[in-house]
Ligand binder design. Structure first.
Ligand code: FRU
Length: 493
């Protein structure tokens, strides 16, 4: 594997031509996605600033241009009219001030009547590499030109330097604006810091540390926190780091949530129970971000990075990695978040495949399966003799579903475990599976559980194998993302 020097990782992108040939080379990859947002070159990680504004959905991502490595981060901008087809706009936030000299890190967006404000962490490092994060603000003029305003506040000295990922919230009940930051106490415990102001652009002050009874010692840093109100419930989403959870293999990075009640006067989030729910049961999901639904306050749309920190992927050697999950509609049912693919996605359905006449599994397709009861085994991208592939197995006796990618020829991140299990106390009745060229997203029982995973089929791994009593529908899917090389933005979109 390639080793990167600090100079290579933190090299500033001066003009688009420096990465044009890299782009032309990576778009030849067999693993480029057809309906997922992916980097034009280099590494993509967290989704940022996901928002509906002036008739368009805006979605940005953390981007390091040079290769599959975490280094100098930019915000890359994409837009969509329908959350299905996405257009590359170009680089939006460049790390070009003293406040963000070593990266424009993750954050969120606030649409107001005239402006779209972007809040992000300026990852400042001194010459001796000491980190001092700033909470920074950009005014995105006409949806396209990024104008940097003075930082809102600097580092809070009562916590370690791990303070980042501002989530902006406008509380319509008291008219105030809040920023939640992921942070770490000096005792190395994960937490959230809350800042408050009467204005989105100035007058910010520290309000206090968010109290979350029962979660005072839960991972050593909380990344990408947010508080959403969905179907009348308050939901605290966050990514506690360096924590092992049952059923999650050796993985120490998780994205999950608590359902409860947020009291903005006492800055207390009281969970209904002590259960930290994993957001996604698959292998690759992190740093999820929600956008408010402009038409329905009970719903929100969630998107996540289909990847993990400290993980490597087979395309690393091709100098690109990472994509986002599909946007999912969020609701609360039975005291849990339900995630479903958006209705608009059905527009991508193309040719229907007759499974009586073939067992070849298209590389880009959607499958709907209705179980008639009993055990079920599905093997995606199996060999022609029915062995290997990614196995999805439902055990009706144990009432649990298992996803296992150890049968794929290209194995990766094996130390984090190759099997993920989720109990299904009410049994399995429905699966919706969306397959792109290097990913599989499995929606179980109408969004009761989701498994998102990258997989990298090789030649000969091309069959579908099914054992069990179920009816299955399979469609090819059309393309929804183009390989366009947009770097210099600044034009109205
Ligand atoms: C999460 C994260 C964030 C940070 C960003 C940097 O994956 O570590 O906490 O802002 O990535 O790219």
């Amino acid at each position: 594997m390639k080793t990167w020097t600090k100079e290579e990782r933190y090299r500033v992108l001066k003009n688009a031509d420096e990465i044009r040939s890299l782009h032309e080379q990576i778009i030849q990859s067999d693993y480029r996605q057809h309906f997922h947002i992916q980097s034009i070159t280099g590494l993509l990680n967290d989704p940022n600033g996901f928002v509906y504004h002036d008739g368009l959905w805006h979605l940005f991502y953390q981007w390091c241009p040079w290769g599959a490595v975490h280094g100098l981060k930019y915000w890359y901008h994409t837009v969509s009219e329908d959350l299905v087809k996405w257009k590359n706009v170009g680089v939006c936030i460049r790390p070009d001030t003293e406040y963000d000299n070593k990266g424009a890190y993750s954050g969120s967006a606030l649409p107001t009547d005239g402006n779209l404000y972007l809040y992000y962490t300026g990852n400042h490092r001194d010459e001796d590499w000491t980190r001092r994060p700033y909470t920074c603000l950009v005014d995105l003029k006409d949806g396209g030109t990024a104008v940097k305003l003075p930082p809102l506040f600097g580092m809070n000295e009562d916590y370690t330097e791990h303070q980042r990922d501002p989530k902006i919230i406008h509380n319509e009940l008291n008219g105030k604006y809040y920023i939640i930051l992921g942070a770490q106490t000096k005792e190395k415990k994960g937490c959230c810091l809350i800042y408050v102001s009467d204005s989105p652009t100035e007058g910010w002050r520290f309000a206090g540390q968010l109290k979350v009874p029962g979660f005072e010692d839960f991972g050593d840093m909380w990344e990408c926190p947010s508080i959403e109100t969905i179907s009348g419930y308050d939901v605290l989403l966050f990514c506690p780091q360096h924590l092992t959870l049952p059923g999650r293999g050796g993985s120490v990075h998780h994205n999950g949530y608590l359902l409860g009640h947020m009291n903005w006067d006492t800055l207390t989030f009281t969970p209904y129970n002590t259960r930290f729910h994993v957001l996604d049961f698959g292998f690759d999901s992190y740093a999820a971000e929600c956008a408010a639904n402009p038409n329905d306050k009970n719903k929100a749309t969630l998107v996540a990075w289909m990847g993990l920190p400290d993980a490597s992927y087979p395309t690393d050697e091709e100098d690109w990695s990472g994509c986002l999950t599909l946007p999912r509609e969020l609701r609360v049912r039975d005291h849990r978040l339900i995630q479903q693919p958006l209705d608009e996605l059905r527009a991508l359905r193309g040719k229907k495949i007759d499974l009586e006449s073939t067992d070849l599994l298209p590389r880009v397709c959607e499958m709907e399966l209705i179980s008639r009861g009993g055990d079920l085994i599905l093997r995606l991208f199996a060999s022609s003799d029915g062995t290997g592939g990614m196995t999805i197995a439902y055990d009706d006796g144990a009432k649990e579903i298992t996803v296992d990618r150890s049968g794929m020829k290209r194995r990766f991140n094996t130390e984090q475990g190759e099997q993920r299990i989720r109990p299904l106390p009410k049994g399995l009745f429905h699966l919706r599976i969306l397959i792109d060229r290097s990913s599989v997203e499995i929606f179980v029982n109408d969004g009761d559980a989701v498994f998102s995973s990258r997989i990298f089929p090789t030649e000969g791994e091309d069959r579908l194998f099914v054992e069990g009593d179920a009816s299955i529908h399979l469609w090819e899917l059309k393309r929804a993302v183009e390989e366009s090389f947009a770097v210099d933005s600044g034009q109205p979109v």
